[in-house]
Design a protein around this ligand. Sequence first.
Ligand code: GLN
Length: 323
Amino acid sequence: MAKQANSEDLEIITSPLLSVLKDLHSKYKSLREGAVANYIPELAKVNPDLFSICIVTVDGQVYEVGDSQQLFTIQSMSKVFAYGLALEDHGRDYVLTRVGVEPTGDAFNSIILDEQSKRPYNPMVNAGAIATTSLIKGAGATERLNRVLDMFRRYTGHDVFVDISVFTSERSTGHRNRAMAHLMLNFGMIDHNIEEALDLYFQQCAVIVNCHDLAVMGATLANRGINPITGERAVDHQYIKDMLSVMYTCGMYNFAGEWAYTIGIPAKSGVCGGIFAVVPNQMGIGVFSPLLDVRGNSVRGVEVCKELSRQLCLHMFECKGGN
Ligand code: GLN
């Protein structure tokens, strides 16, 4: 399914790229629809005007415009990477017994499990992400957190830290997520201490990144798991297709079908206002703009990705080169 890029393709795509990004940035700067997330009180403090777009190619070229160094918490975009770590820790078959791969068509925070299997539907909605995070191995809470932080270090190419204010803000108000964890404990879908699993989930969501990092992380997945800037492997290549498949079908929540239809590349959003997308064998894309639509996706982020997909012909199923 992945498009094979040759160096000629990359040449064509990358040379006018910065001007494409600049044009999109100035076109959508005036779009002020949507609202910042406020159900996690600390997130409501963000400046709604922040806006950046960044592309990193698999050969390590970087194109960025706007507030690309602005820090924010990764939120739901962390779910993709945690899923990769759980797959590395347990293998595909076991992880599938705990978390399914079906899109829900429901909001990211729905309190629903599959009627028959009692599994959460997929690792991209909160219930599935909490179950996924509970699978991450480690001798105790500190070792598990350090494994998560080290994983993000490999993807971003630098040490990462947890925003303690955002973490404690969500920890003290995340009653919905706590309710989901209790439901899964009831059905035996989470084994150990649920408070510890929730803490690790809230911590992974509060990892601090910027828009440049999102594009590098996307480019790492596009580059078969090897960070194109550092050359370090971030994840076993055999799990990339699992990660990208759930991103493609479930990454944009109850907008996932329309996203796949119109934009056609695997992507994941977070309530911080970030979206990262992966064009296999070509590039990672990061967009950051905190104003969200009703589904929790960045308004400008969706528009920018729509245009990038159209202008750069990125849709996975686009027929190229005539009939
Ligand atoms: N930490 C957030 C939550 O669990 C992540 C949600 C999101 O980014 N969609 O509610």
